[in-house]
Design a protein around this ligand. Sequence first.
Ligand SMILES: [Zn+2]
Length: 475
Amino acid sequence: MNYEAVIGLETHVQLKTKSKMWCGCANEFGSPPNTNVCPICLGLPGVLPVANGEALKLTALTGMLLQAEIPSFAKFDRKNYFYPDVPKNYQVTQYDKPSTKGGIVEFEFNGGLAKVNITRAHLEEDVGKNFHFERNSGVDFNRAGVPLLEIVSEPEITGSEMAYEYLNALVEILRYGGISDCDMEKGEVRCDVNVSVRPVGTVEIGKKIEIKNMNSFSAVRRALDYEIPRQIEVLKKGGQLSQETRRWDDVGSMTETMRSKEMAHDYRYFPEPDLMPFAPTEAWRAEVAARVVELPLAKKQRLISQYQLPASDAQTFTWDRPLGDYFEKIASRSKNPKAAANWIINNLRAQLAESGTTLANLKFEPDNILELVEMVESKKISSSIAQQVFAEMFDNGMKPAAIVEKNGWAQVSDSGAIETMCDQAIAANPGPVADYKAGNAAALNFLKGQVMKLSKGKANPNVAGEILERKLKAS
Ligand SMILES: [Zn+2]
């Protein structure tokens, strides 16, 4: 019997707000422990939380980006549990009336497009962080109360690779929308994985096993690569799986039982009495809708069709959004957008990395790239000279035409001048000349290179090639 995996993912993302969810404390990573805290996020008695307006907007914006429904009524609930990093002994979340319902994430997978439906995205608060030292433990509450969005997928993911691509596509959308930076190093994205297996062709979902608190997508992939075969193995041997929560041990490359269903929490959800339900108005929705951006996948597809870029270039401009924006400042006015893309991806990006400069601090305007492309296209300069022009333009910000003029780099297409240089190259290299005559066509390239050298890169290489060929065949 063959088995298939059924995977659903719950992705927790810290929202990019200035302050926490219910108080004015800074939503800031890396501060000294317990410095971004107040009576509200420490859960002291008698305090009153006030919902962060921007967090509500970012949640709705996420819903709009995922084509979800934004219900006209949402509320907050208390999820009760005792844990040292939860100062209130409950977490405020959204239980039965979330801020968004449904939605879809579309992404490239297996050479085509895959779609995963979203159940809901709801708003809640992050918890503090426990630290265990040699002789004692401590809790840092700086993270307690940071707005957290939980995005729950339908159990439609069928394998580790698909899970990995889904997660990457999801965070790319969230980054594009300015919802979150999704910085894994800072723990801004965490993921719970629900995975079960069933015989192929059946509909009933097997015993659901949850792998908690994954903080890297590659670890999710590794955990599934371990867990799916493990479950299939148990069933094939006639064993039983039980619903449980497991932990991924990245060092040992295995999952292990954390708690079984019998030990599952009863969270005793009830409506949060200190917070008003939320009923978005039309004006509020319109304000959020104005922040909807083009999604990464749509952008990639548009770059390919609008500018005839290869998929790899379009992908680069989608991943590196500022670089893509830079390209689009000139692409529509360029007769050869692909050439402009080459300069930006190959030269500009490399020079930026090498010099530690950013696009915002560039000394030249994007239009300089246009001018450079046109000078090569119209054969005013050779492509090797263009490289030097680019380097100089990067350093001093001068216009390409001015740089060419200053250095006397204009391409020589005048056949008289090139003819003289071809004669010199032939006279100075009897060996390669003999090789060429003996049928070694590659020797022509060597001779062409010599002519380019004599001309200091200014000779039109095509003209040089033609003249050389003519002269060699005649001699
Ligand atoms: Zn606070």
